[in-house]
Ligand binder design. Structure first.
Ligand SMILES: C[S@@+](CC[C@H](N)C(=O)[O-])C[C@H]1O[C@@H](n2cnc3c(N)ncnc32)[C@H](O)[C@@H]1O
Length: 188
């Protein structure tokens, strides 16, 4: 089996979706539909677009303040900040006819989705129950040969549930790129 962790080890930690792009290209994929759950400032989405200029990007995020506040953000955004972030994303992707901003939760987006998905990247809520539910709801929508994946496969603060949910779903039969804390499962 290809050692994807080694193949992707040179990639900067900041661009955590890039290992998935490397894997997809290595597999010869030409993804038509990519979903990112949890978009925030589109840092990951920009990489998807750069690596796959023709793909439809389905960018799912409620941009919604919640209690308790996200522990992962130093700035702890208020609702006005989330609204501004949503507007920023709308403006940023304006004119890109294949970028689709879905301001809703992961569950709501999965219910709406009727397309065969090539890549799903889960980077929304990081607690065990939500990662487990995200895998359950998105996995059936990924095509054979496609990839379901996500970020923060680590024991870092607020991320503990990712490892538990991903291991429960896939056991050892998955790829982990430790440097970028990314996990991926190629759908057989
Ligand atoms: C870690 S950030 C995403 C970072 C982004 N993937 C990147 O690479 O820059 C997590 C995002 O998940 C979003 N989020 C929170 N609850 C969500 C839900 N139920 N469904 C989808 N996204 C959610 C938050 O609004 C936040 O923007």
């Amino acid at each position: 089996m290809t050692d994807y962790a080694r193949l992707t080890d040179h990639i900067s930690r900041r661009h955590n979706v890039l290992p998935i792009c490397v894997i997809a290209k290595h597999l010869g994929m030409e993804p038509r539909h990519i979903v990112e759950v949890g978009v925030y400032k589109s840092q990951g989405a920009v990489s998807w677009r750069r690596e796959f200029p023709d793909a439809h990007l389905w960018l799912v995020d409620p941009w919604q303040a919640r209690e308790p506040k996200f522990s992962i953000y130093r700035e702890n955004p208020e609702q006005a900040d989330w609204d501004a972030l949503h507007l920023f994303n709308q403006k940023f992707w304006w004119g890109d006819e294949r970028a689709h901003i879905m301001r809703c939760t992961s569950g709501e987006a999965a219910e709406l989705m009727r397309l065969p998905l090539d890549i799903v990247y889960l980077d929304g809520l990081h607690d065990y129950e939500n990662v487990r539910d995200d895998i359950r709801r998105w996995l059936p929508l990924v095509t054979r040969g496609g990839i379901i994946s996500g970020h923060d496969y680590s024991h870092g603060r607020g991320h503990g549930g990712v490892i538990q949910a991903v291991d429960e779903a896939f056991g050892d039969d998955k790829i982990v790129c430790e440097r970028q804390k990314v996990w991926a499962k190629i759908i057989p």
